[in-house]
Design a protein around this ligand. Structure first.
Ligand code: WT7
Length: 653
């Protein structure tokens, strides 16, 4: 059935950690050994070591009613206390928690003591507004410190936040508010992006304009000073915070108390409200943040570039780093404002030592060229992370060489909104890393790659990525829809002999050494003449060509072969005039044929100026498939820029 189309597996470069890095590594081999010996005991130890429990737990995992897991469920803790108060009590109140950099160049450095007192005030405000444990609060803010304060204040009082990314429309905001029945919305007048003020409050007003809603109060942070319409339910954040005390004692809540809902797109049109709870989530967030990023909180300056509107911002901007007492950078704006070296300037300014970002950003910087980062001193960097999609070996190498000065380890981390925290990743002081591979399950996590028949595929083969045992930060459900939770993730192999398996929706391959290579969503895996082809694999090949800046590949219906490969390609600026589009297509088809084989040769290559992406930077292949198959273009509500599809279709006519 499937053929080996594995140019990725011919990737033979290997990078062991330097002796200095290995010698100072936070992670030790014993983590793997302990986890293998007693998985639940291992997680119980991590939970005890990494967190403060107001009431210690005695039960680690309750899996009597799968797939509904309970972790540490007779224990009690306060998530915000773990991220704030205990660091202050331990004498680290003066340590900087957030180096915040606004896009226009304003900045604030906020210590743990200051952040704690801000969160206590905000918690008192929410209590004053009648918010109770279990109530939902919607947060619709730019990347400003108040976003972190708001999330932690909600957590502190045992309520549940639903952060909605600032780029979502009023309609998406309303549907999320309604689904969770939020009682308060926390927003801002606006934020700064691409050198301009982007208003936010009008979207909240529009969202709440029609019909009755569950929202009683809208708290408005003043960020830009722009004009805002004012309604009876609106209150200024700064006025409310100034009017309350900064004394607030954190109460303990059960470990399974809901912490947040985060909406993510599924295969249907309706976004899923992914539900996460407290003790297990925080344990795995803190554990992975410490071990995968080799965190030394006393001296590292960490920067995760994700927006708090996405899961990466929840786990690796807010909860993981703050639980670990890290110092981090928070940046409001876009990477190229006011100049294309803005990120590198920030790294130089704060001496960032750990950078965590997405392949799409790295490829964009590759397109701009190495002259920009080379204008800045990046020698403070000692570790680089990648997340969000498979990172092609070329981007991985560029990241290591240009940003990491040829020596900085790169870790590729696989996980999902649903998994809550990193599941597959190298540990940088231990693992010999391979460009393009996420490689190994982290200690305490059980991953397998199965064929459609539910059997382990064996080294050298591809299949479907599954998680075979429950994990602490796993989603506890889809808000209000337990059936969809079961159907979406747990029913691919209902009769699996060792209990239910979590199907991640990703294809993966095990190399000859058993390391994991992610191949993209399985809905993006094509079947051409009965042969399995990965979109990621062909994209990787295309972007390896010097003329190509970005590429997206879809499987389009084909009379003869079932599916056919259709590629959408952005050509580098410097190459656009050199040859005609027809020539470039021919060159690239030959290139893919040469790199992977004739089977992978795209039937068509469209040269485009933009690719449709979600706001988290994922290419929306579904829309490209519509274009490639000549259909009406489907739902574009999660597109970052809805004009892009017009550009693409116009360009093709
Ligand atoms: C999907 C989850 C996890 C935070 C950001 C995205 C893809 C994520 C990797 C990686 C290959 C990756 C998968 C996954 N993905 N990280 N390192 N290598 N693919 O969260 O929006 O929930 O998306 O992103 O396809 O299923 P998300």
């Amino acid at each position: 059935m499937s053929v080996q189309i594995d140019h990725l597996l011919h990737e033979s470069r290997r990078f062991p950690p330097s002796p200095e890095f290995a010698a100072a590594s936070v992670a030790t081999e014993s983590l793997y050994e302990q986890a293998a010996e007693d998985r639940l005991g291992f997680w119980a130890n991590q939970a005890r070591e990494l967190l403060h429990w107001h009431k210690p737990f005695t039960r680690t995992l309750d899996w009597t009613n799968p797939p509904f897991a309970k972790w540490f469920d007779d224990g009690e803790l306060n998530v915000a206390y773990n991220c704030l108060d205990r660091h202050v009590l331990a004498g680290d109140g003066d340590r900087i928690a957030l180096h915040w950099e606004g896009e226009p160049g304003d900045s604030r450095s906020i210590s743990y003591a200051q952040l704690t007192s801000e969160v206590k005030r905000a918690a008192n405000v929410l209590i004053g507004l009648g918010v109770q444990a279990g109530d939902r609060v919607a947060i619709y803010l730019p990347m400003i410190p108040e976003a972190v304060v708001a999330m932690l204040a909600v957590a502190r009082i045992g309520a549940v936040h639903s952060v909605i990314f600032g780029g979502f429309s009023a309609e998406s905001l309303r549907s999320r508010i309604d689904d969770a029945e939020a009682v308060v919305v926390i927003t801002a007048d606006g934020g700064y992006r691409k050198g301009r003020v982007t208003p936010l409050k009008p979207a909240v007003d529009a969202a709440l304009a029609s019909g009755d809603s569950s929202v009683r109060t809208v708290l408005v942070v003043e960020r830009t000073g722009g004009d805002v319409e004012w309604n009876e339910r609106d209150k200024w954040w700064h006025e409310e915070l100034a009017a309350v005390s900064d004394e607030h004692e954190a109460q303990a809540f059960p470990a399974e108390n809901p912490l947040f809902i985060l909406y993510t797109s599924g295969t249907t049109g309706k976004p899923k409200g992914i539900l996460h709870t407290s003790g297990g989530y925080l344990t795995q967030a803190a554990f992975t943040h410490k071990q995968v990023f080799d965190l030394k909180p006393e001296k590292d300056v960490y920067w995760c570039t994700a927006d708090v509107g996405w899961i990466t911002g929840h786990t690796y901007v807010v909860y993981g780093p703050l639980a670990n007492g890290a110092t981090q950078v928070l940046y409001e704006g876009t990477p190229d404002t006011p100049h294309p070296g803005r990120w590198w300037e920030i790294i130089e300014k704060y001496k960032v030592s750990i950078l965590y970002t997405a392949p799409t950003a790295i490829r964009t910087f590759m397109k701009i060229g190495r002259q920009e980062p080379q204008k800045f001193d990046l020698t403070s960097l000692r570790l680089l992370g990648s997340v969000g999609e498979p990172i092609n070996p070329e981007a991985w190498m560029w990241y290591r060489e240009v940003i990491g000065n040829h020596v900085t380890p790169v870790v590729d981390t696989w996980w999902q909104t649903e998994t809550g925290a990193i599941m597959v990743s190298a540990l940088p002081g231990l693992t010999v890393v391979k460009p393009g591979a996420a490689q190994v399950a982290i200690p305490g996590i059980s991953i397998d790659v199965l064929g459609e028949d539910g059997h382990h595929v064996g080294h050298g083969n591809g299949g479907l990525l599954v998680v075979t045992e429950p994990w602490p930060s796993m989603l506890r459900g889809i808000w209000g829809d337990p059936d969809r939770f079961i159907e979406t993730y747990w029913e691919k192999w209902p009769d699996a002999p060792n209990g239910p398996l979590y199907f991640a929706g990703d294809g993966a391959r095990l190399d000859r050494e058993g390391d994991i290579w992610l191949l993209g969503r399985v809905d993006d895996v094509m079947n051409v003449s009965g042969h399995r082809l990965s979109t990621a694999e062909i994209e990787s090949s295309l972007v390896a060509h010097p003329a190509v800046a970005e590429a997206a590949v879809v499987g389009a219906h084909d009379e003869t072969t079932g599916q056919a490969v259709v590629a959408f390609v952005i050509i580098k600026f410097s190459q656009t005039d050199a040859v005609s589009h027809a020539d470039i297509s021919a060159v690239l088809r030959a290139h893919v044929t040469l790199q992977i084989g004739a089977i992978a040769r795209p039937r068509e290559i469209f040269i485009v100026s933009e690719l449709p992406k979600t706001r988290s930077g994922k290419i929306m292949r579904r829309l490209l498939r519509d274009v490639a198959e000549g259909r009406e273009i489907g739902d574009t509500t999660t597109l970052a820029d809805t004009s892009i599809m017009q550009i693409i279709t116009d360009g093709m006519r």
